[in-house]
Design a protein around this ligand. Structure first.
Ligand code: FAD
Length: 469
């Protein structure tokens, strides 16, 4: 009897325990992706990127003689129907950790097992299972450095090879068509503007990792903060959809460390920030929905996403060049440099005193590397409401940050066109990307700051002062 391999955010053939388990003993494998309410609820850019990823993965499976079967609906119903249609005796998938996926997967497991079907989740999306890392008193970690110390010496499974042979079933169940799903149809700028920045699929992810280890990791400690340089791995896009595993990245980083490459340990530490975000989300799902530190509920955030200031922030016309450059980078490329993410998040939550959730949702709509745990941790860290957060009174000054991390102004030149004698191609491409309704044109003068950098900081500090955090 065949086994179903339930494809989710694990679009790869290598280091894929779920796929291997499905194929074990030479059983025929039927890969299936289900467009459920979680897939439908994704932000515009993540959903668009998922559509690209699925198309590409379907081709990779095809190259192995398999097909990617597509179904829509409730996963319990879809999987039960497929079990009936194909006679499958087992369903395997890669474990997810966000509360909605966990609830869904539990329901699936219970329903299938009640029918005598093997229903098994496998690891891969993380290196360290959140419940296996405990403090000395048996709790979970709320501070990064002790978490890092607890995990850095743990064994990480060697990545699994691509299965040598994969057997197709005697006949294939019906499949819906990916094009009919129109995933990310709202992403009008997708094919036209963002697509050239996408690195799609497992092979591209592996070559990104290889190139990073060959030429960038040595200088990563410095270059990772230089916003105009291409000094980071950019692997978050592929990690997000499981086109590469953290274990594959970890082992490459360990090898670089053994070769004496200076930045390698810093890279491993960044991978562990991702694990830490999942650790926190698993133990404290509130990270996704509300102030992790509940005493922050009393803070007078602006929560109206229609505010003039919020619109200006989203549209990259706050009048603060570093902030605007970063917001435009994200709109055009689907990514934003980490240093810039911290600065625009600080600016929104402090200078503009807007709730971090407004920022979190906009990122969720725009990022092709969107990740539920890292995004939430990043926002709550920046806002001061999260675990191990930057203290609220540490307000990034976007002007001094620009002097420090973009000293020659290359990042701002790359993304700001107004008021420049010669605008760069990338800066102009922003105006091709935006909807007509945005009140902004390359011919405008560059806007005046909507809030003075000093004045905004003082207002935020005044609101914070006297509160008992
Ligand atoms: P590299 O510098 O090459 O790092 C390697 C890997 O380590 C990354 O791919 C990523 O998986 C992990 N990593 C690095 N920094 C962090 C971090 N601070 N937190 C968690 N993991 C990290 N990352 C996402 O993947 N998706 C998001 O939606 C996301 N939203 C963020 C929102 C805010 C407000 C902030 C401040 C950070 C956010 N991050 C998010 C974290 C970080 O900015 C990105 O992971 C990083 O910029 C990705 O680029 P890279 O792959 O070149 O990273």
């Amino acid at each position: 009897a065949p086994a179903l391999y339930w494809v989710r955010r694990d679009l790869r053939l290598s280091d894929n325990a779920a796929l291997r388990a499905a194929a074990e003993g030479g059983r025929p494998v039927i890969p299936v992706f289900i467009r459920d309410s979680l897939a439908e609820g994704l932000g515009t850019a993540p959903q668009w990127r998922l559509g690209l990823g699925l198309g590409h993965f379907a081709e990779a499976l095809d190259g192995k003689g398999l097909r990617l079967v597509l179904r829509s609906g409730d996963p319990v119903d879809c999987l039960q129907a497929l079990v009936r249609e194909t006679g499958a005796e087992a369903v395997h998938w890669t474990r997810a950790y966000d509360p909605d996926s966990v609830a869904r997967d539990k329901a699936v497991k219970a329903a299938l097992e009640a029918q005598g079907i093997t229903a098994q989740s496998h690891t891969g999306h993380l290196m360290f299972q959140p419940w296996t890392v405990e403090t000395r008193t048996g709790g979970y970690y709320k501070v990064y450095t002790p978490f890092w110390k607890a995990v850095r010496g743990l064994a990480v499974n060697d990545p699994l090879p691509v299965p040598a042979t994969l057997k197709a079933p005697a006949s294939w169940p019906d499949s819906e068509k990916l094009d009919d799903w129109r995933l990310g149809a709202g992403m009008r700028r997708g094919a036209r503007v963002v697509r050239p920045y996408v690195r799609l699929g497992e092979r591209a992810a592996q070559s990104r990792l290889g190139a990073f280890m060959a030429s960038k990791v040595a200088d990563y400690g410095r270059a990772r903060d230089a916003v105009a340089e291409d000094g980071t791995s950019c692997l978050s896009e592929n990690l997000s959809l499981g086109e590469i595993t953290p274990a594959q990245c970890w082992h490459a980083g360990r090898r670089a460390m053994e070769e004496g490459k200076a930045g390698a340990e810093t890279f491993l530490k960044e991978l562990v920030w991702r694990e830490f975000a999942y650790h926190l989300m698993w133990h404290s799902p509130r990270l996704l929905t509300g102030n992790w530190r509940e005493d922050w509920d009393a803070f007078p955030w602006n929560e109206d996403a229609r505010l003039r200031e919020v619109r200006a922030w989203k549209q990259g016309r706050t009048g603060v060049p570093f902030v605007d450059a970063a917001m435009r980078e994200m709109y055009v490329t689907g990514r934003m440099h980490n240093r810039a993410r911290m600065i625009v998040a600080s600016y929104l939550t402090k200078h503009l005193m807007c709730h971090w959730k407004i920022g979190l949702e906009w990122f969720e709509d725009c990022l092709i590397d969107w990740d539920p745990a890292s995004n939430a941790l990043g926002w709550q860290w920046s806002a001061g409401s999260g675990p191990d957060a930057a203290p609220y009174f540490r307000v990034f000054n976007p002007e001094t940050q620009a002097e420090k991390f973009d000293s020659e102004g290359r990042y701002r030149d790359r993304w700001i066109a107004e008021g420049r004698r010669t605008a760069t191609e990338t800066a102009l491409s922003y105006f091709d990307a935006i909807p007509e309704s945005w009140p902004i044109s390359a011919r405008d003068d560059y806007p005046e700051p909507i809030v003075g950098v000093k004045e905004g900081r003082e207002k935020a500090l005044a609101a914070y002062q006297g509160r008992d955090f």
